[in-house]
Ligand binder design. Structure first.
Ligand code: B12
Length: 216
């Protein structure tokens, strides 16, 4: 367990956009044996969510959002490296495709999902961000993927997740490729409305749901 004071500090450093200090803290906690995922989910993520809330309320502006995102990206890389280092050798699983949908450049959460999946032995093909539906479907067919996971952070780009369901149906492969959706505005209700096979609240939930999907 990481102490509350350290978690609060992690949160504050993102809100205050202090990239170097946030990096130092991440490195120190991990070196001391702290759980990188706990530091992320109970420290840095609440920090960036706070930034998002303030941006939404108009008490913080785009340059600060960009700075905070830069700090968040830097610590995410450190945390992701630590997660990868803790990966246990496992049987190679069926390929999973992950992408942030077209029109959306938010990829911090997606990158955490990718790292945690890899740490759990999944063979992940990360297509990146701002990826169009056709590319996702083409790659899934080419790699014989069993699961496609998409991330959408904007209410305006969530509809791309529905486009993907339609494209998989048109290609006649909806029954053999499972889909999972995530991202801050995405809900279980949205997943069931568009016909996605699963919804994940966060990266850990994503690993659990994908294991379930592979078993089904
Ligand atoms: C950081 C950030 C940015 C950064 C992104 C940097 C990057 N490389 O990602 C920058 C500065 C570039 C940015 C830009 C913009 N942003 Co922005 N951004 C955010 C912010 C503050 C945090 C997002 C984040 O990283 N969260 C932390 C991660 C860890 O959480 P997460 O992404 O939700 O992911 C977790 C889960 O959702 C889940 N998950 C996510 N995806 C997936 C996928 C799968 C398969 C699975 C299993 C799970 C899963 O697991 C993850 C890990 O636990 C959010 C606010 C928020 N609370 O979401 C606004 C927010 C999303 N942005 C917003 C806006 C408006 C914009 C801009 C339009 C601003 C502008 N005027 O230019 C642009 C849009 C650019 C574009 N076309 O995409 C709005 C969206 C509002 C809306 N209704 O759609 C928000 C909500 C802020 C707000 N309150 O207004 N943004």
């Amino acid at each position: 367990m990481i102490d509350e004071q350290t978690l609060q500090e992690a949160r504050n450093l993102i809100v205050e956009q202090k990239k170097d200090q946030a990096l130092e803290l991440a490195e120190k906690v991990i070196k001391q044996g702290g759980d990188p995922l706990e530091l992320m989910t109970r420290g840095f993520i609440p920090g960036i969510n706070d930034v998002g809330d303030q941006f939404g309320r108009g008490t913080l502006f785009l340059p600060e959002l960009v700075q905070a995102a830069g700090a968040m990206q830097a610590v995410t890389e450190v945390v992701n490296q630590a997660l990868a280092g803790s990966a246990e050798a496992q049987e190679e699983s069926a390929p999973v495709i992950i992408a942030t949908v077209k029109g959306d450049v938010h990829d911090i959460g997606k990158c955490i999902v990718v790292s945690l999946l890899q740490a759990n032995g999944f063979k992940v093909h990360d297509l990146g961000r701002d990826v169009d539906t056709d590319t996702i479907v083409e790659k899934a067919l080419e790699l014989n993927a069993k699961i496609i996971g998409t991330s959408a952070l904007l209410t305006t780009t969530m509809s791309r997740q529905k486009d993907l369901e339609d494209a998989l149906k048109s290609a006649g492969v909806k029954d053999r490729i499972r889909t999972i959706v995530g991202g801050a505005p995405v809900t279980a209700r949205w997943a069931s409305r568009i016909g996605a096979d699963a919804f994940a609240e966060d990266a850990s939930d994503g690993v659990v749901k994908m294991k379930e999907l592979l078993g089904s």
